[in-house]
Design a protein around this ligand. Structure first.
Ligand code: SAM
Length: 284
């Protein structure tokens, strides 16, 4: 429904690899708007050609967003309709467009989402980790120090955490996770979703480092990393009280790893959970 004489700004999700994941509505909107603002016009060409979309396309990327947004806003206020797309998935999700959408809404322009693929949500839906509460961290810094600082801030996070990472930094991220969170945290790596070599693998940080190292293909393509939240691991009550009594005492005089090993042996409690508790005790 139109709320004024302005045109409508559509935020259109496109596939994250499989062209079939385009929605009918997305095709119709892209065919009918006056102009498509695309993150990379050349990148979007195969998709637009595949769906016989002949609408004029202009670029709107992180380096020209402010200038382009001003031009686009003028066209919108004159009544033209515009669709924003990114290279893949949902625009604005680790993609350009935030400034444009903010300005459009400030001007009273009707902004309409056309939902579809999003790598984070696709990964979460199939990872087998709790989905009732989750947080999206996007890309952490490419610098190890900043990356580790971000991970330290997530040490006690109880919600499932979702990260994007480039394939050539996946091992660095996993190593930093191991250093900061320990080797026993449960992770899921979701790679090449919707594509030929789609792989979804769960394991401890330590196990996944070994797996990625042993198979170079795991350092290729597009990757989402999901980290299980701290308190979400199902904790059988039996033995927990004992762990809580023994562990703090051992931690006073022994290195963390040894305290965890001994506590696990005495109580029979799950090692990764004892480890997480030990980290938490140290941190607190
Ligand atoms: N806007 C996109 C979305 O809705 O997911 C994300 C764009 S962001 C620049 C690109 C990152 O998303 C990749 O580095 C990767 O972490 C993730 N990604 C995109 N496509 C993916 C796929 N097919 N499989 C796994 N991860 C993917």
């Amino acid at each position: 429904m139109k709320i004024n004489d302005f045109g409508v700004l559509y935020i259109v999700a496109t596939p994250i690899g499989n062209l079939q994941d385009m929605t009918f509505r997305a095709v119709e909107i892209l065919q009918s708007v006056d102009v498509i603002a695309a993150e990379d016009t050349r990148h979007s060409m195969p998709l637009l050609q595949h769906y016989a979309i002949k609408t004029p396309v202009i670029s709107l990327h992180e380096h020209n967003e402010r200038e382009r947004a001003a031009q686009m806003l003028e066209r919108l206020t004159k009544g033209e309709s515009i669709a924003l797309i990114s290279d893949a998935g949902t625009p604005l999700i680790s993609d350009p467009g935030y400034f444009f959408v903010r300005e459009a809404r400030n001007k009273g322009i009707h902004v309409v989402p056309i939902p579809g693929s999003c790598a984070a949500i696709a990964a979460l839906s199939a990872a087998g980790l709790p989905t009732d509460k989750f947080i999206f961290e996007g890309f952490l810094s490419s610098k190890s120090k900043q990356r580790k600082d971000s991970l330290k801030a997530l040490l006690n996070e109880s919600r499932t955490m979702i990260f994007y990472e480039s394939p050539h930094r996946i091992l660095d991220l996993l190593h930093d996770m191991q250093d900061v969170l320990g080797g026993e945290r449960i992770l899921v790596i979701a790679r090449e979703l919707t594509k030929k070599f789609e792989t979804i693998r769960e394991g401890t940080t330590h196990e996944l480092i070994e797996w990625v190292k042993s198979d170079e293909n795991q350092q290729r393509g597009e990757i989402v990393v999901l980290l299980q939240g701290l308190k979400q691991a199902a904790a059988p009550e039996e033995g927990l009280e004992e762990v809580k009594k023994i562990l703090p005492i051992l931690l006073e005089s022994l290195p963390l790893k040894q305290a965890v090993d001994i506590t696990t042996k005495i109580t029979g409690y799950r090692k990764n959970e004892v480890y997480e508790l030990a980290l938490k005790l140290k941190h607190d």
